[in-house]
Design a protein around this ligand. Structure first.
Ligand code: AMP
Length: 465
């Protein structure tokens, strides 16, 4: 997951940074802006949020933005990491922002690259050189060479372009007026810029915006689309519209489906339904309505804390998780509580919350999860890239319930998930192990025949053929 943004039409750089800020939830590690200035492409980058990017006070006709969530390479710790890890990446007349994850980078490039976005930029530059600087031909070559997820926004020869891989793993939308074009990971950016959502960039489609003229090239068609279901469950902002589905509505429907599972388990109605902020709030509302019990926000988020998920090790993760939530103790004592979260990955958050609620006197703690058990690693851009990070890869439901110490654990099921999302062409690989692309399947085979590597994500390992 990362956020990408492209703007065509004279726009102030501070305004562009404000728009990019809307994509902070897609990547809080680092951020960057690139723009054209008198024919050359320049950039400014920052560790953390786009609010920290220092941009000159000028307007540019072409601007790119990127927020980084590390799914390849390390976390950004200093400015010396910017060139290798933080988009947009610039090469002469080319600049690129990328969301997704390339599974065969190590296979194609040996050990040379640490970050797939930098690798993609160099590959595209090579193909442009081979193709007389013809962008559609270069993108065609790129799309046959690389395996994985990539929603791209770029500048090439003073034009804005967008390309979405032929499976459509990651979202990418655009909107335009007679003066501006905006391409972004999520539609709320268009909304804030007062632009109407035109549509999603189609999987396998290259768009080139030349002035206000739009050219559409069908680069790769006829492949099954596999949109990442976790975008709907967790990543995207609730106001985003992806593949014509409002994410808020999807999450509400996920809650309704969970209510049926709760009833099927013949559990007593809880005193309160309580969301783990923020993602699961619409689901908790739906669950409370369906069970006819009140929803209470008695777990509050310490919003000034960094991400617990990308902590370096379990100790740091536990420490951060401990400080992540604040509880309304008065409302907890003696109550039976149904907690709703979007997912259980390692189980750290769920275990901590159940223990905190019990310590504050809850009589019962049920735990509901809007996502079915994630039992397989993701190779396409969620940073759960090895089996060892997933409690559900080895443990069954009873063991997980025991580990988090809940009185009952209520998971979403696959049908509930698919019906709630409202589209069926989804990537569910982290749930069912059905990887839609060839190189991901190859990695999976290799991994199963080798000892685990504690240091490396599965797709960052180099396998000798
Ligand atoms: P864990 O504590 O390891 O079980 O992780 C689950 C928590 O992390 C949930 O509260 C989610 O909201 C959040 N989460 C799940 N998947 C991700 C992800 N890929 N990146 C960041 N946070 C995540």
């Amino acid at each position: 997951m990362c956020g990408v943004l492209g703007i065509m039409g004279l726009t102030n750089l501070t305004r562009a940074a404000d728009l990019l800020l809307l994509l902070t939830h897609r990547g809080q590690d680092a951020s960057g802006l690139a723009w054209t200035e008198n024919g050359t492409i320049k950039s400014a980058k920052a560790i953390g949020s786009p609010a920290r990017i220092k941009v000159p006070s000028l307007s540019s006709p072409l601007i790119l933005g990127s927020t980084r969530y590390p799914t390849s390479g390390k976390r950004v710790v200093s400015e010396s990491d910017f060139e290798t890890f933080v988009g947009p990446f610039i090469r002469k007349n080319l600049a690129l922002s990328h969301n997704g994850n390339i599974t065969n980078m190590k296979f194609l490039s040996g050990k040379n690259y640490d970050c797939d976005s930098e690798f993609l930029t160099d590959l595209l530059e090579d193909y442009l050189n081979e193709c007389n600087d013809d962008l559609p031909s270069a993108i065609r070559k790129l799309s046959s060479a690389v395996d994985g997820a990539y929603s791209l926004v770029g500048i090439h020869n003073n034009r804005l372009f967008a390309y979405r891989d032929s499976r459509g793993f990651k979202p990418l939308v655009f909107g335009r007026t007679t003066e501006h074009v905006i391409v972004a990971s999520e539609s709320e950016v268009l909304d804030m810029a007062d632009l109407k959502l035109s549509r999603d960039v189609y999987p396998g489609e290259l768009l080139i915006f030349n002035g206000m003229n739009m050219e559409s090239y069908s680069i790769r068609q006829n492949e099954t689309h596999t949109h990442c279901f976790f975008e709907f469950v967790y990543f995207a902002h609730p106001s985003a519209i992806i593949e014509n589905q409002l994410v808020y509505d999807v999450r509400f429907r996920l809650g309704r489906a969970l209510a049926s599972n709760y009833v099927r388990m013949r559990l007593d109605p809880p005193d309160y339904v309580v969301p783990v902020p923020d993602t699961s709030r619409p689901a908790a509302q739906a669950l409370a309505e369906a069970l006819n019990v009140p929803m209470r926000e008695i777990i509050l988020k310490n919003r000034y804390l960094g991400r617990t998920f990308i902590a370096r090790d379990q100790d740091e993760r536990d420490n951060l998780a401990k400080n992540k939530y604040i509880y309304l103790e008065d409302k907890i004592r003696g109550k039976s509580i149904l907690v709703v979260d979007d997912s259980i990955v390692r189980g750290t958050t769920a275990r901590m919350i159940v223990s905190d609620l019990r310590a504050r006197g809850a009589s019962k703690v049920y735990f509901a999860v809007t996502c079915p058990p994630q039992s397989h690693p993701c190779y396409y851009g969620i940073d759960i890239s090895t089996d060892k990070e997933l409690i559900a890869s080895e443990s069954g439901l009873n063991e997980i319930a025991q580990y988090i110490n809940a009185d009952a654990l209520i998971y979403q099921d696959l049908n509930g998930l698919i019906n709630a999302i409202g589209i069926t062409d989804l990537c569910l690989a982290c749930l069912d192990g059905e990887y839609p692309t060839e190189h991901a399947r190859y990695i999976r085979e290799q991994i199963q025949n080798r000892p685990a590597d504690e240091e490396c994500r599965d797709y960052e390992r180099v396998f000798e053929k």
